[in-house]
Design a protein around this ligand. Structure first.
Ligand code: RNT
Ligand code: ZN
Length: 427
């Protein structure tokens, strides 16, 4: 009993789930097939690799990265090495979500190669690396940290020239997304998020929204095969510096996505603090074939804390499984914490999302739904609550073992070791 505690605990645990009609081996196959798109920007505090002078922590667009833990990635090579370390500690095969500001411009300053001039060639090293690693890429135009976004307005800007510039950026980014899709043989999800909004009460809420819809139509004018690129648009309710009005609100983008058949991106931190996206998924998927999730964790005014195994995370995973939506939902992460080891932040957040999916898949969904149809709400509640203390941890540990990644907190030793090996990095 002593020498193989993980296997032994799993044997017993799987019997408990089997009694509920759940085959844990089938669950593992299902879980393994779900990729999560890791966000490159956790690795360097949303800095990117454009050749411009930046003030520390100066991201713009209402995005705040706080903390000065040492060791952030300073070059694409360091970021890739950090990602490789993170992937090696997470069960399954996942994706990478890149921002346009992470292109490789080889010393060319941004004033001679601006965001409206970038192309797939600036992402070739990423594409090659991804193919070597056997992972696929997703993409995002970068509508912040730029002089032309300093007043917090981009695609909805009243100045036509500035709008044009950002439209060109969006067009360039869709082409990059399509090139990634072509290279990897599956679509790249290219997600548009813009910061546009006002700190104080606007005198006109209407015009910026009309301009935004027009600008987006111009960005999406060219047809691109959905086998190469899928467009997503991300809504937000308020942010730092746009407390009173955000042009791209939930209602704005829901209507836009439905009428233009785009993916809607729901970020878990983009709503009122008591409002949850777990309740929005089934409504939105009534009218849209597919959505993107930015799995994040809001804390007060920040929408981007490292994802923990919270009630809301579990509620999101339950929705995806209970509603049979996994084939229609792309999963991405979105948080940035500079106060802890950045590789650890990826590992913690991603492992938690996978854990929440495993928990949801271990639930006897058919039985619960039958009880609900029969009106037996007592049994529905009782079984949901009993489910919480079943030996889920033993199944998770075994899944990690089987996937050849560290079991339990053993991954942390590897991160600490890696941190020591890269001790010469200064921020
Ligand atoms: C900002 C959005 C957006 C960004 C990234 C960096 O509120 O959530 O998704 O976090 O694009
Ligand atoms: Zn987001």
């Amino acid at each position: 009993m002593q020498d193989k505690p993980v296997e032994q605990a799993y044997e017993l645990a799987s019997q408990r789930y089997s009694a509920l009609g759940i085959d844990t081996e089938v669950v593992f196959d299902r879980l393994k097939s779900i990729p999560i798109s890791l966000h490159c920007w956790q690795g360097d505090d949303v800095g990117g690799f454009e050749n411009i002078e930046k003030k520390i922590g100066d991201v713009g667009g209402g995005l705040a990265v706080t903390g000065n833990y040492p060791g952030k990635a300073r070059t694409p090579e360091e970021l890739r090495a950090d990602l490789e370390k993170a992937y090696s500690l997470i069960p399954g095969t996942h994706r990478l979500n890149l921002h346009a500001s992470y292109g490789e411009f080889h010393g060319v300053a941004r004033n001679s190669l601006d965001r409206n001039q970038i192309g797939p060639e600036h992402f070739q090293d990423w594409i090659n690396w991804a193919s070597e690693q056997g992972i696929s890429l997703d993409f995002n135009p970068t509508y912040f940290a730029h002089e032309k976004a300093d007043d917090g307005l981009t695609l909805a800007h009243p100045d036509r020239e500035i709008r044009e510039f950002w439209i060109e950026h969006g067009i360039a980014c869709r082409k990059i997304g399509a090139a990634m899709g072509q290279a990897q043989g599956n679509p790249c999800v290219t997600n548009v998020w813009i910061p546009d909004g006002y700190k104080d009460t606007p005198a006109n809420r209407r015009l910026p929204r009309e301009r935004l819809a027009d600008s987006l139509d111009a960005v999406f004018a060219e047809e691109i095969s959905p086998e190469l690129n899928l467009d997503a648009v991300e809504c937000k309710l308020f942010g730092l510096g746009s407390e009173s009005y955000v042009v791209g609100s939930h209602e704005f983008y829901l209507g836009y996505a439905i009428t233009r058949q785009k993916l809607l991106c729901l970020d878990a931190g983009h709503f009122h603090p008591t409002e949850v996206i777990s309740d929005k998924i089934s409504s939105v998927l009534m009218y849209l074939p597919k959505i993107l999730l930015h799995v994040s964790r809001g804390v007060r005014w920040d929408s981007d804390h490292v994802v923990t195994l919270s009630d809301e995370l579990q509620a999101i995973a339950h929705e995806l499984v209970r509603g049979d939506y996994l084939g229609r939902v792309h999963l991405g992460l979105d948080f940035f914490d500079a106060s802890i080891n950045r590789v650890a932040a990826w590992v913690i957040g991603t492992r938690n999302l996978i854990k929440s999916l495993l928990l949801a898949m271990l639930e006897p969904v058919d039985r619960l739904q039958q009880l609900e149809r029969e009106g037996d709400f007592t049994s529905r509640l009782a079984l949901m609550e009993e489910q919480k203390s079943l030996p889920f941890g033993a199944v998770w540990d075994y899944y990690c073992l089987k996937s050849e990644v560290p079991v339990g907190a053993a991954w942390l030793d590897e991160v600490k070791q890696y941190e020591r090996e890269n001790g010469d990095r200064s921020n």
